[in-house]
Design a protein around this ligand. Structure first.
Ligand code: SAH
Length: 387
């Protein structure tokens, strides 16, 4: 007999609405092993599907199947194979890509990023963490990587009662992995870089920016120059700003390694620098804004709105007529509609007539699961200053 967990009618409603998470408050006291694969039942005892159980998180159950039976031994490999087949079908012009994107690949809380022949894995719930062996075996068999690194340092693991660790799970993982994104090479420190090393979710937006970039360009919140380096070929000059000195050192090193001579990295606070540019009457033909998530939780939404508005307003003022603005928000707590409102307010206050050219998302290897707003976080608007 498999372990089973009874959920409230409210929980059943959520499942019917298509959401794969059941919160602790909708679970009737469960005596189940942490991380177990459990049969989920309605209040009346009807089987509803299968889920991974967490003994500590507010997300008590993450649904993995609505089939009558599941095979804990084989299902993970099948799903990883399906996730890979989808990525292969995208013909991504890069040697770094996301192979597994959690819930959207029916592999809750599992992330797998590929950097050339190295895989970086995150197991962010008890259930996935306990299936480490099966996951590693499947990845070794399917990808045959040189090494697998567990970047299990995200804080969310604390909510699952899991420790924060970075360790090699298979083979050998070099300090630096060289990957290509379009025409640009990046040396990636998979152990210490932000996220799993690069912002792979922006890869397609980097290339999209290169398509309209021109003249004098500004890449604000540049990290390792993901936008700046792609845009350089189409621009006279690109200024890349980031507050982190080490990040700016990487921008400049990347520029040299790619024989790009018109990108300059500068370690500054973007808020201050945009103000300085305004005072000095500087102008740009292309601006990218890709700040960190200003709204990390609901409590910080008001401050975040003010922050997004300020940088967008200033950027619009700095744009030449005909110039392009690509503006991003990766705050899940700021919805698409809110972000468009912020940008609209900024345009009005900047007295900058702006046309919306494109609405973009995270790259296609980071798919959004419909009905699960938590999987949709990256918003990216392309605007053009029309006068
Ligand atoms: N655009 C990058 C990702 C940016 S992540 C890419 O596509 O790869 C956000 C970056 O903003 C981080 O590198 C962080 O160091 C930087 N940052 C955060 N606050 C900042 C500030 N006030 N001024 C400048 N940079 C800042």
């Amino acid at each position: 007999m498999p372990a089973s967990v009874v959920i409230s009618n409210k929980g059943s409603e959520r499942l019917r609405a298509g959401h794969p998470w059941i919160y602790r408050s909708d679970v009737a006291g469960a005596e189940v092993e942490p991380g177990a694969l459990v049969l989920v039942k309605s209040e009346r005892g009807r089987p509803l599907g299968w889920a991974l159980f967490s003994s500590t998180s507010q997300i008590a159950l993450r649904m993995v199947s609505f089939d009558k039976n599941v095979d804990d031994a084989t299902m993970w490999r099948e799903r990883i194979a399906a996730a890979m087949a989808y990525r292969d079908s995208l013909t991504i012009d890069a040697t770094a890509r996301r192979l597994v994107h959690g819930e959207a690949d029916r592999l809750p809380a599992l992330i797998v990023d590929q950097y050339d022949d190295v895989l970086v894995v995150q197991t962010l719930c008890q259930g996935m963490d306990r299936r480490r062996e099966a996951i590693v075996a499947a990845l070794v068999d399917l990808v045959k990587p040189r090494g697998i690194l567990a970047r299990n340092d995200p804080k969310v693991r604390r909510l699952e009662g899991l420790d924060e660790t970075i360790e090699v799970w298979h083979g050998e993982v070099p300090d630096v992995v060289r990957v290509r994104e379009g025409r640009i090479w990046h040396d990636v420190d998979v152990r210490h870089g932000q996220k799993t090393g690069l912002f792979l979710d922006q890869r397609e937006n980097h290339l999209a920016a290169a398509a309209f970039a021109r003249g004098r360009a500004l890449d604000a919140f540049s990290y390792h120059g993901g936008f700046a380096l792609q845009m350089a070929g189409a621009c006279d000059r690109v200024l890349a700003l980031d507050s982190s000195e080490p990040a700016v050192a990487v921008i400049n090193a990347n520029a040299r390694a790619n024989q790009v001579s018109n990108v300059e990295g500068r370690a500054v606070n973007v808020f201050d620098e945009l103000r300085e540019f305004d005072i000095a009457n500087e102008r740009f033909d292309t601006i990218v804004l890709d700040p960190p998530a200003f709204a990390k939780n609901k409590a910080s939404v008001t401050g975040a709105i003010a922050g997004y508005k300020e940088i967008n307003l200033r950027a619009m003022k700095l744009l030449t007529p005909g110039g392009y603005l690509m503006t991003c928000s990766c705050s899940y707590n700021i919805s698409d509609a809110m972000f468009l409102d912020i940008v609209t307010d900024a345009a009005r206050d900047a007295r900058a007539p702006m046309a919306l050219i494109e609405r973009r998302l995270q790259s296609r290897d980071h798919p959004v699961l419909v009905g699960v707003p938590e999987t949709s976080y990256l918003k990216c608007l392309v605007l053009r200053r029309i006068a």
